[in-house]
Design a protein around this ligand. Structure first.
Ligand code: URA
Length: 210
């Protein structure tokens, strides 16, 4: 994957994203749309997975058929909203290994603090896809990638639904080697760090909390 930022402009992605942005969309529909979009985004983020071939027998004859190569990839969800993207991706890649990173923002220092970290082994041998629907300031995303690199990850991609220019810039500065795939590059952040026009709080909308 060459570009630092890939915006998936597929009509189905864009249509579903518009439905998700609308404030009247119910929790159940929001969750279903997120599941569907995550699979379309997963298609893009896994486009260049390494391939091998193996000999198989069809009912007609033997053939050399393409198959995925290398170790099972690792999907890393940034809690809690990342889990919404994770569910759909796991339907598409059921054998993926899964990890979780939990970070909260220290209100005094405004720095992300880790409260949970559990990831698959041998990260250095896997493609690692970090999922978080909203790339806003980029601080927690950059911190999560720091932790994954410390744990050995080398080949990392970041998948989100929406990105703010501030978050993309922060990630590019901290992790220029980590390509970002998103459905939209929105306009900006507001003073509270929410993406505009955005879709509100992704976690609240997918879990029905406030
Ligand atoms: N997290 C969200 O859920 N929404 C935003 O707009 C920004 C961060």
């Amino acid at each position: 994957m060459q570009d630092h930022l890939t915006i998936v402009k597929h009509p189905l992605v864009q249509h579903k994203l518009t439905l998700m942005r609308e404030k009247g969309t119910s929790t159940a529909v929001f969750r279903q749309l997120l599941r569907e979009i995550s699979q379309l985004l997963a298609y893009e983020v896994t486009y260049e997975l390494p391939m091998a071939t193996k000999i198989i027998e069809t009912p007609m004859e033997e053939m050399e058929a393409p198959t995925l190569a290398g170790r099972k990839l690792a999907l890393i969800s940034i809690l809690r909203a990342g889990n919404g993207l994770l569910d759909g991706m796991l339907e598409l890649i059921p054998s993926a290994r899964v990890g979780f990173v939990g970070l909260y923002r220290d209100e005094a220092t405004l720095k992300p603090v880790q409260y949970y970290f559990k990831v698959p082994d041998r990260l250095e041998k896997r493609l690692v896809i970090v999922v978080d629907p909203m790339l806003a300031t980029g601080n927690s995303s950059a911190a999560a990638v720091d932790l994954l690199k410390e744990a050995g990850a080398r080949d990392i991609r970041f998948l989100c639904l929406l990105a703010a220019p501030e978050g993309v810039a922060r990630m590019k500065e901290a992790h220029p080697d980590v390509p970002i795939v998103t459905a939209s590059l929105d306009e900006r952040l507001n003073d509270a760090g929410y993406i505009l026009p955005g879709l509100g709080d992704a976690g609240d909308r997918m879990f029905g909390t406030k």
